[in-house]
Design a protein around this ligand. Structure first.
Ligand SMILES: [Zn+2]
Ligand SMILES: [Zn+2]
Length: 367
């Protein structure tokens, strides 16, 4: 079949919208009519050429929601008409990580980053050139053939632009709070970066009952959003002389948890220094491959501080996506407020320009 898709051809080159050939589902796969796809920094990271490991040409999109329209052989538990959300980690269910409840670290998923888990592709351009699928999804398209281990079925009735956001930004941010850090009621937290992921860390901390939530960003409009999402204090890093000292003052000696949501070694260092004794700093942002961080070694021993990472909010997608939807439906999780603007697929280049300019909490392509 033919489908429209957003294709990144080369690092730093403009994104174009193409009519591409899409093969239907083979064994273990489903064909999904995509209804909404979020615009994420990770797509942009590849598109703009910042990712030294970016692979081209590639259909972008890894934050999608839609309806199953065809089911391949060997698929159980999915039927035509099911509402699904994509998961950019493949959950094989068999490797040591999957069987110990950590499917976000799945060995199969780690390899399936630009194609289906078996390495094959169902997408070609008009001249027959195979097109990779970003993060094993490639859901910035009207239709996508996905492996069943990359889709999660949800109950009908959920608005799909909101559902799409759950599959990356919301899961990554809220999951870092619930699953990785396990923030307790009354804890004091520092959140560095109030973009798509940072806002979700902030609202996760608010839902978890954190006491003091300090948000840090360079953009005033993001700090305003941070307050809407539950930050009790905001700091403009561009105007702050001594971030660590100010955070220690606001939190009465240092934060219990510090979330770095940018992916900058320099800020990870600040997050670690702003902790109280026994505190935990979590790197949630995705750093460049050549980025490093420097930690005062003695503070690890004498102050028993922990530095760890949170990838994809330590997601167990089949368990966590429905849980996040329930939080949205009970009006605790803010998803409507995250969507600043929606776009048509033809407007995808504009959507990325708006992301680059920091205009949106989240932009969503709606089909
Ligand atoms: Zn993403
Ligand atoms: Zn696995």
């Amino acid at each position: 079949m033919k489908t429209k898709a957003a294709v990144a051809w080369q690092a730093g080159q403009p994104l174009t919208i193409e009519t591409v050939d899409l093969q239907g589902p083979k064994f273990g796969e489903v064909l999904v009519e995509i209804k909404a796809t979020g615009i994420c920094h990770t797509d942009y990271y590849t598109l703009c050429g910042a990712d030294p490991e970016g692979i081209f040409p590639s259909i972008l999109g890894h934050e999608g929601a839609g309806t199953v329209v065809e089911v391949g052989e060997g698929v159980s538990g999915f039927a035509v008409g099911d509402t699904v959300i994509s998961s950019f980690v493949n959950m094989c269910g068999k490797c040591r990580y999957c069987v110990t409840g950590r499917p976000h670290l799945c060995d199969v998923g780690a390899k399936a980053i630009i194609a289906l888990p078996d390495g094959s592709l169902r997408t070609r351009d008009a001249s027959g050139v195979p097109l990779n699928i970003f993060s094993a999804c490639g859901v910035m398209a009207e239709y996508a053939t996905l492996h069943v281990d990359n889709v999660v079925k949800i109950a009908p009735g959920m608005p799909l632009p909101q559902a799409a956001l759950i599959s990356c930004g919301v899961m990554t941010g809220v999951g870092a709070v619930f699953n990785t850090a396990k923030v307790e009621p009354g804890a004091s937290v520092l959140v560095i970066g109030a973009g798509g992921v940072g806002l979700n860390v902030i609202q996760g901390c608010a839902i978890a009952g954190a006491g003091i939530i300090v948000a840090v960003d360079m953009a005033e409009h993001k700090l305003d959003l941070a307050k809407q999402f539950g930050a009790t204090h905001v700091i403009n890093a561009g105007k702050e002389e001594n971030l660590v000292k100010t955070v220690k003052k606001l939190t009465g000696g240092g934060a219990d948890y510090a979330f770095e949501c940018i992916g900058l070694g320099k800020m990870v260092e600040q997050a670690f220094r702003a902790l109280r004794k026994g505190g935990t700093a979590l790197v949630v942002g995705v750093a460049r491959g050549d980025d490093n961080t420097s930690i005062k070694t003695a503070s690890i021993t004498f102050e028993e501080k922990t530095l760890t990472g949170s990838y994809y909010g330590s997601a167990r997608p089949r368990e966590d996506f429905p849980r996040l939807i329930a939080l949205y439906q009970s009006k605790k999780l803010k998803l409507d407020e995250l969507i600043t603007r929606t776009y048509r697929i033809d407007e995808a280049p504009q959507a990325f320009a708006d992301l680059e300019a920091g205009r949106n909490a989240r932009g969503v392509i709606v089909f």
